[in-house]
Design a protein around this ligand. Structure first.
Ligand code: ADP
Length: 442
């Protein structure tokens, strides 16, 4: 500042001296004043031009092209440029942070929608767009109530009580493929709201399955228990003859056996769900598994059918199978025992192990039983699903056999295939992958 003032006064003094020396009249001080005013004006014009150049630069906002200015204006320009650069850097940092933040929210498995104070969409992530069928660009600024027209959501929004979520059907929900969304609002800022959505379809289905399962198990246990209770009461209250007593006791033993089977199948299922995957390095001779199955099948057939069934077991090649032997035996014998139980006396049952051209192998059980109508086939492996409830009760089934078979097959990377023609018989096959097979060493 000192140098700037000094330069100003020196210029004026020089102007005054020049005016004083060059003035033609006899009052040279007039020349000095004029010279000083002229010098001051020139100084002011130069200064103004520099100021204008700096202002022009500031208006253009091109930080890199700072004009070269001496003195005060130069320093002001440099400082302004430093400040602008810092601001630009801060802006860039904030933008990067915002972009990172938004991209993190984009990857969220939950839907996120930012609403302004009027309930208009300010931003939404891909999941929310998918959940609600929004267009993340076109629908910005739209009122949420215009796009989400579910009455439950409208009531929830109007009540302004956001302490709980509301479950609504997704816009693409159909009867065959229901989609259920849990939606909740959170107030923040001055009247703004955050809308979160979560796909709870699988959760609701699991909950329904759990409820159905408990209801089914209770029902399955209650029936034999009621029968047992009835017999106990009869035995306690009526003076029965010894033969009658024996008959009742035999029926009671039958019901107890039914409950025993049910509990043991339930335990098998829960073990399958909770145990680690079957090992790939534990090998079992298929022949031995088939022999065990055959023994059980013949014993069961003699028990339930007169005349017994015509049963044949064949194995095309000595093979070993990797997995959990108890599970494999349980799956195989479930299929064989179903064939025995559902095929009328004297019918034929063919059990075959064969290696396929692509290296896979198939365990199949073919019977000449009643067969199953096509509409039942997709549901056979559901827990407690039975084609004919009364018949299944007669044959002593728990309704869990095929669910166990499917579970075991899946755990071993195998596939359960069911083919059946009503009146002509059924064929159940488990197809094992090549990785779990090897020829028996000779
Ligand atoms: P269950 O213990 O009742 O036999 P499963 O899960 O083993 O239960 O079988 C489910 C239903 O599939 C059975 O109730 C029966 O109706 C039908 N089913 C299974 N195997 C056969 C078969 N070999 N022939 C005819 N129907 C069968």
């Amino acid at each position: 500042m000192f140098w700037r003032l000094l330069r100003f006064f020196l210029l004026q003094a020089a102007g005054a001296a020049l005016g004083y020396g060059l003035w033609p009249l006899e009052l040279p001080w007039q020349g000095a004043v004029l010279g000083s005013v002229l010098a001051g004006t020139v100084w002011a014009l130069i200064d103004l031009r520099r100021g204008m150049r700096l202002l022009h630069w500031l208006r253009q906002g091109e930080v890199a092209q700072l004009p070269e200015l001496p003195g005060l204006w130069g320093e002001a320009g440099t400082r302004a440029r430093t400040l602008l650069r810092e601001r630009d850097q801060q802006l860039a940092n904030s933008e990067t942070r915002l972009a990172e933040f938004l991209s993190a929210i984009q990857t969220s498995p939950n839907g996120v929608v930012l609403l302004d104070a009027q309930g208009r969409i300010e931003w939404c992530n891909r999941t929310a767009a998918e959940h609600f069928g929004f267009d993340p660009q076109r629908d910005l600024g739209q009122h949420i109530g215009n796009l989400l027209r579910d009455p439950d959501f409208a009531a929830y929004q109007a009540a302004h009580d956001y302490s709980h979520a509301v479950v609504i059907p997704g816009p693409r929900s159909t009867v065959s493929r229901p989609v259920r969304l849990s939606v909740d609002l959170h107030a923040h800022g001055d009247g703004r709201r955050l809308l979160l959505s979560r796909d709870v379809t699988a959760l609701e289905q699991a909950e329904t399955m759990r409820r159905d399962f408990v209801a089914n198990v209770s029902h399955e246990i209650r029936t034999p228990l009621t029968v047992l209770g009835g017999f106990v009461e009869t035995l306690q209250t009526l003076p029965l003859k010894p033969q009658e007593q024996q008959r009742y006791l035999a029926l009671m033993a039958q019901q107890a056996q039914r409950m025993h089977l049910l509990v043991s199948d339930l335990l098998t299922l829960s073990r399958l769900e909770g145990s680690p995957p079957p090992p790939l390095e534990e090998w079992h001779a298929v022949r031995e598994l088939l022999d065990d199955c055959e023994r059980e099948a013949r014993a069961l057939s003699e028990l339930v059918a007169v005349p017994a069934h015509e049963i044949e077991f064949r194995c095309d090649r000595a093979t070993e199978l990797a997995g959990a032997s108890s599970e494999l035996l349980s799956a195989m014998s479930n299929l064989v025992s179903n064939a025995v139980r559902y095929t009328p006396a004297g019918g034929r049952i063919d059990v075959l192990w064969r290696t396929l051209a692509d290296g896979q192998a198939e365990f199949s059980v073919q019977d000449t039983g009643p067969g199953i109508a096509p509409e039942h086939l997709p549901r056979l492996t559901e827990r407690f699903y039975r084609v004919d409830r009364s018949r299944a009760r007669e044959t002593g089934g728990t309704g869990l056999g095929l669910a166990i078979v499917k579970h075991v097959a899946q755990r071993h990377g195998a596939e359960l295939k069911i083919e059946s023609t009503p009146g002509r018989g059924s064929r159940f096959a488990i197809r094992f992958p090549a990785v779990r097979l090897r020829p028996t060493a000779t």
